[in-house]
Design a protein around this ligand. Structure first.
Ligand code: SF4
Length: 181
């Protein structure tokens, strides 16, 4: 068990570090929790700045950065289509929906990452959402005329998946546009 926990915390740290490096490159998170995560990364970036204007620019090693990211990494839960930053149980939409607002873990099975303030979407999640949109579009096209409720539900699902893909692209492509300019 200890080994599994160690493996999980190492993996989480690696993921947070990768997203922090993305942030430094201008590739931002998307989703309802994006602003909070971006502000956190900005606060870490500030700590890495040289304190005096005359001080040489210090290239911090990954180890130094990891020390600053460790606490946040402990809140990370990995969903199939989003990252969940479980910093505050009272903000967790899944717990509200389940009626267990003080639980100490998120309920991945009830995750609604498009609406939860602790959820972020990143380029690694794009294929999942793009595939979901495509599959939902096919279902919509196959629905018989007698079905009354499914079309609206599927249309909402389809619109949500497309919106998430567009948000991920917008947060990523700004940087790609700059690179190609
Ligand atoms: S709804 Fe999803 S992102 Fe929000 S706390 Fe629950 S599992 Fe995490």
């Amino acid at each position: 068990m200890a080994e599994v926990n160690k493996h999980e915390s190492d993996r989480n740290l690696d993921l947070v570090l990768a997203e922090f490096r993305n942030y430094q490159e201008g590739i931002l998170p998307a989703g309802p929790g994006a602003r909070s995560l971006t502000e956190f990364f900005a606060s870490i970036d500030e700590k890495l700045e040289p304190t005096a204007a005359s001080a040489p620019k210090i290239q911090r090693s990954d180890r130094n950065v990891l020390n600053l990211l460790t606490k946040r990494a402990k809140t990370l839960h990995i969903g199939p289509a989003n990252f969940c930053w479980f910093t505050d149980p009272s903000q967790a939409l899944c717990l509200k929906l389940a009626g267990t607002p003080s639980a100490d873990r998120p309920l991945a099975g009830m995750c609604d990452s498009a609406r939860c303030p602790q959820a972020t979407h990143h380029p690694c999640h794009r294929p999942v959402w793009a595939e979901h949109a495509e599959r939902t579009r096919t279902f919509l096209g196959d629905l018989g005329k007698t079905r009354k409720t499914e079309p609206a539900r599927l249309q909402n699902d389809y619109d949500r998946a497309l919106r998430i893909v567009a948000e991920i692209d917008a947060a990523t492509l700004d940087q790609l546009d700059e690179d190609s300019a």
